[in-house]
Design a protein around this ligand. Structure first.
Ligand code: NI
Length: 266
């Protein structure tokens, strides 16, 4: 069994390989003397019998994670859950979502079925599956067909298994007072932030404030052509204490709904 550190180490390596922006921001923060701690890492999948969260979550349940919250995204037709580590609250949370495939056209469902058919059912339980990338062939034509119905479906089909984003825990930073000053720092350094729903999603009253970069374009290899498409983004989260004094660890569906749009084309 792999350790939590190994798992996130592989995910981070794979993520920064196509998203040097995250590596650059991480380096800028460390250069200020910060030690970057991840609040959560997000993964995406389809809700098929083989690739649904029920099966994928076995990998992190084996590492000591358990399901601590569920979320519905009606407009985007997604289910999501967040998992926390049972023993070590400093391990990043895992936010995993799945597309409710049957809510879409037969055409989209056919493409997802072709994707699903290319995955061996047992491979899903391999320790490295969640950082395996795209274990299926996909044409750019199919990518565009998915994109017309669901940006989420297109991204997931194109990139497969990898972190969609890592998230810097602002609570663990020592040189930024609040999310505003961090956003300003990111913008000053030339990175674009997601403005859907405002730069900051959520409020202190909701106990969670989030912002994120816009995913930079990457030249991705499809079965037929290579094409520039939006890749992965970097997120920033500040949590506030609940009445008990403990920091809120959940997610706000309305905010996450806007964060999903960080992989839209600018
Ligand atoms: Ni997130």
């Amino acid at each position: 069994m792999q350790t939590v550190e190994t798992f996130f180490g592989h995910l981070w390596q794979q993520y920064t390989d196509i998203n040097p922006q995250a590596h650059a921001i991480h380096a800028l923060l460390e250069a200020r003397g910060e030690t970057v701690v991840n609040d959560h890492v997000a993964l995406r999948t389809f809700n098929t019998e083989k690739l649904g969260i029920d099966r994928l979550s076995k990998i992190f349940e084996d590492m000591g994670y358990e399901n601590r919250g569920s979320y519905d995204f009606t407009a985007k037709q997604l289910n999501a859950y967040h998992f926390e580590h049972c023993d070590n609250p400093n391990h990043p949370k895992i936010f995993i979502s799945e597309l409710i495939t049957e809510s879409f056209s037969e055409k989209l469902q056919d493409i997802v079925k072709r994707i699903d058919d290319q995955v061996d059912a047992d491979d899903v339980f391999a320790a490295d599956f969640l950082y395996t990338g795209r274990p299926w062939d996909l044409t750019f034509t199919d990518y565009i067909a998915l994109l017309q119905e669901s940006e989420y479906a297109a991204w997931t089909a194109a990139f497969g298994y990898r972190a969609n984003h890592f998230t810097v825990s602002i609570n663990h930073l020592t040189t930024f007072f609040d999310i505003d000053s961090l956003n300003e720092f990111i913008l000053e350094n030339g990175f674009a932030l997601n403005e859907s729903g405002g730069l900051i999603k959520g409020t202190p009253e909701q106990l969670l404030e989030q912002s994120s970069t816009m995913a930079p374009m990457v030249n991705l290899e499809f079965s037929d052509v290579n094409h520039l498409i939006p890749s992965c983004f970097y997120e920033f989260a500040k949590r506030y204490p609940m009445a008990s004094g403990k920091l809120y660890q959940g997610f706000i569906a309305a905010s996450a709904d806007k964060i999903f749009e960080s992989t839209n084309s600018m």
